[in-house]
Design a binder for this molecule. Structure first.
Ligand code: IVH
Length: 667
């Protein structure tokens, strides 16, 4: 067979298998065989780029990264939905509909209100043409390449009775299970977890690298078709049709029913809500008949033929068993409520955040209190109220401890600070272990073989007390430890050895000096060039540098003036830790050379860290707050108005993301 024929054959087969797997749920080949065919197609496409196809099944794994998203107008505005938490208001809605239809009683299609992000996908001649986010409703970001990685969104349609051109809308989301899997990986890496599946899904779709999006295993259900062509007489049939063309339609969509039966649907979904594998925040009911929809029309913002009923936030009542106090790496104390396990919104809740002493005071907590907990879409629940009338007469008030729960040294709380600290930096176990964990972390010295448990094991075995000790251990120290094999021991030793080559800014960050985070470490290294200069810097020297305020300067001076730290640093120097700033081999341009830039708000084409890195790679310097010292304010969306005003008042140049991208593009 000539390659072109084989390529076309494989594409057809893979499209069909995809449809059988994701839509019909009737796979007819094994995952292994599917992957083999996909691999064969990938290789052939690579070999014969002339036969490439923008809708090839190989795009599921993600095409090449793009520089930015283009904005695209919606042919039909993407409206939102009216919503209510109240069944009486739902009835009012129905009455308005009847009135609008001059007394006719419509049937409604009840559906899930999926808690994800809306997407509009246009198909032309049976092929996915482009996919656009909601944006401001009139225009959004063209995220076609990312959307193509979502396996349940068809690239090529099945059948032959689809309109020549149409738009279909749906909700992109991440299942709870997949979300948990991804957060578990992040915990293993010592990274912050994503707050909830919705934020995760919408953040993912805005990534510039489709290969990364592909890894995140997003899903999509479609719920609305619009076209200038004929798409049938009613909503329900149009969804059925869409299903036959290969679209993923939620199996929880109800049959058309009169209003009197909608509350049945609402109750039913409520009772099975936790077994639905993704988050929903309510149900939607839509007038089924298209001519009726047309007669009802739209207000400026929402259709008059549909409404969302939202479930109230789920709360559960349980008993406060006690409060524990966790000590972090910096000595900061975090109080945590220990609860009688209670089932809430799909998971068993045993703990809730209490934030700080003020929060405990505000709630006026007593042991054994009955408390209400809520999960406002975030993972860690919080206590929203206390049923104090049920409190038992001899209840003991929760008192914030005066001494560290771990090392029993008196706690300290500085003026105006909500957080208590344990000052015992050199003798408090969680602080010492936390500092070691920080030192070996991914963004610091990146010693991957040393996971959390191993670090604690080394500490408890008395092998390592502070980060310099890591460079004193030998393989024979490690081998006698529990669960330690020859391979792991070698990996640890290699990881430690390699870490000596880490750039100086990572080492400075790894030291865990209070107030010296990633950005400050970078700017200190940039300003002083090598570690000896930084060690000798006076407070005045430090204060003259950008980024460095009173608290940072004091903390740096304190750190380097301690005898113990000085000795440690002498040791680090003697074993060959990077002591000099490296010249940046990655620099992209010099368009921002010497310019001081503040980054604020959200960006569509960069993550927070990504845009900062980009500024630096183009010669700029990142500062954290607007002052007369600043040259450019890079303003993203959702930026605080006061920052903007301050920049305007000070005459700082304000640059949009688009202008910035243009600027660095012309380098
Ligand atoms: S219909 C004109 N149906 O909820 C059609 N929206 O609060 C308007 N949503 O922007 C949308 N599930 O992102 C519709 N079954 C469903 C939905 C749904 C979730 C989202 C959608 C919309 C938002 C409105």
């Amino acid at each position: 067979m000539i390659p072109k024929e084989r390529i076309l054959q494989l594409r057809d087969e893979l499209h069909l298998h995809n449809y059988r797997y994701y839509i019909l749920d009737q796979p007819s080949i094994s995952d292994f065989d599917f992957d083999q065919k996909l691999k064969e197609l990938q290789d052939l496409e690579h070999q014969y780029p002339d036969f490439s196809d923008p809708n090839s099944p190989t795009l599921r794994v993600g095409g090449n990264p793009i520089d930015s998203f283009q904005s695209r107008n919606h042919k039909f505005p993407m409206l939102s939905l009216g919503n209510t938490y109240d069944l009486v208001e739902l009835e009012d809605f129905h009455q308005r509909v009847e009135k609008g239809l001059l007394g006719e009683s419509p049937t409604y299609v009840p559906e899930l209100k999926i808690d994800g992000l809306a997407i509009s996908v246009t198909y032309i001649s049976g092929k996915l043409a482009y996919a656009v986010t909601r944006g401001d409703g009139l225009k959004g970001d063209d995220v076609t390449e990312n959307v193509k990685t979502i396996s349940s969104i068809p690239l090529i349609l099945q059948g032959n009775d689809y309109p020549e051109e149409f738009e279909i809308r749906g909700e992109i989301f991440c299942s709870r299970e997949n979300f948990q899997r991804i957060n578990d990986l992040r915990i293993q890496d010592g990274e912050d977890v994503y707050a909830n599946p919705r934020n995760f899904a919408s953040g993912s779709l805005k990534l510039l690298d489709p290969k990364e999006v592909a890894k995140r295993k997003l899903e999509c259900y479609f719920y609305y078709l619009s076209s200038d062509f004929d798409i049938g007489q009613n909503h329900y049939d149009s969804l059925e049709k869409a299903k036959s063309w290969g679209f993923n339609i939620s199996p929880w969509t109800g049959k058309p029913a009169p209003f009197s039966r909608i509350s049945e649907y609402i109750d039913h979904i409520k009772s099975i809500r936790n077994s639905i594998p993704f988050d929903i925040d309510g149900v939607v009911m839509k007038v089924n008949d298209f001519p009726q929809q047309k007669r009802l029309g739209f207000t400026a913002k929402v259709p008059r033929w549909a409404i969302a009923y939202k479930y109230p936030t789920e709360a559960a009542q349980t008993t406060l068993l006690g409060v524990t106090y966790q000590v972090g790496r910096t000595g900061a104390i975090t109080p945590v409520a220990e609860l009688q396990p209670v089932f809430l919104a799909g998971t068993t809740v045993k703990r809730a955040s209490l934030y700080n002493a003020d929060e405990i005071e505000r709630l006026n907590l007593y042991l054994n209190d009955q408390v209400l907990v809520e999960k406002g879409g975030e993972i860690i629940p919080k206590i929203t109220s206390v049923l104090s009338e049920q409190r038992d007469l001899f209840a003991i008030k929760v008192e914030y401890p005066t001494h560290c729960p771990e090392c029993h040294i008196p706690l300290h709380r500085s003026e105006g600070n909500a957080v208590h600290y344990c000052p015992n930096e050199v003798g408090c176990r969680p602080q010492l272990v936390g500092k070691l964990e920080h030192f070996v972390g991914r963004k610091m010295m990146d010693i991957q073989a040393l996971g959390k448990e191993t670090v604690a094991q080394l500490f408890d075995a008395g092998l390592v007390r502070s980060c310099d000790d890591l460079y004193r251990i030998t393989k024979s120290d490690l081998l006698p430890l529990d669960r330690m094999g020859d391979k792991l021991a070698s990996n640890i030793m290699d990881g430690i050895e390699q870490s000596k080559q880490m750039p100086l800014e990572r080492f400075v960050f790894a030291l865990g000096i209070r107030h010296v985070g990633e950005t400050v470490a970078k700017s200190l290294v940039k300003a002083f060039g090598n570690l000896d200069e930084l060690i000798l810097a006076s407070k005045e020297d430090l204060l003259q540098r950008d980024e460095v305020g009173e608290a940072i300067a004091q903390s740096v001076v304190d750190y380097f003036s301690q005898e113990e730290n000085r000795k440690r640093l002498d040791f680090f120097k003697s074993i060959g830790i990077q002591w000099e700033k490296q010249t940046n081999a990655l620099a992209q341009s010099t368009v921002l050379d010497g310019k001081k830039v503040v980054v604020s708000g959200k960006f569509s084409q960069f993550t927070r860290d990504g845009i900062k890195e980009s500024v630096e790679l183009n010669g700029g310097k990142i500062l954290s707050s607007v002052s007369s010292n600043v040259d450019i304010l890079l303003a993203g969306s959702d930026m605080g108005p006061s920052k903007l005003k301050k920049a305007q008042d000070l005459g700082v140049q304000i640059m949009s993301e688009e202008e910035y991208v243009n600027l660095i593009d012309q380098k």
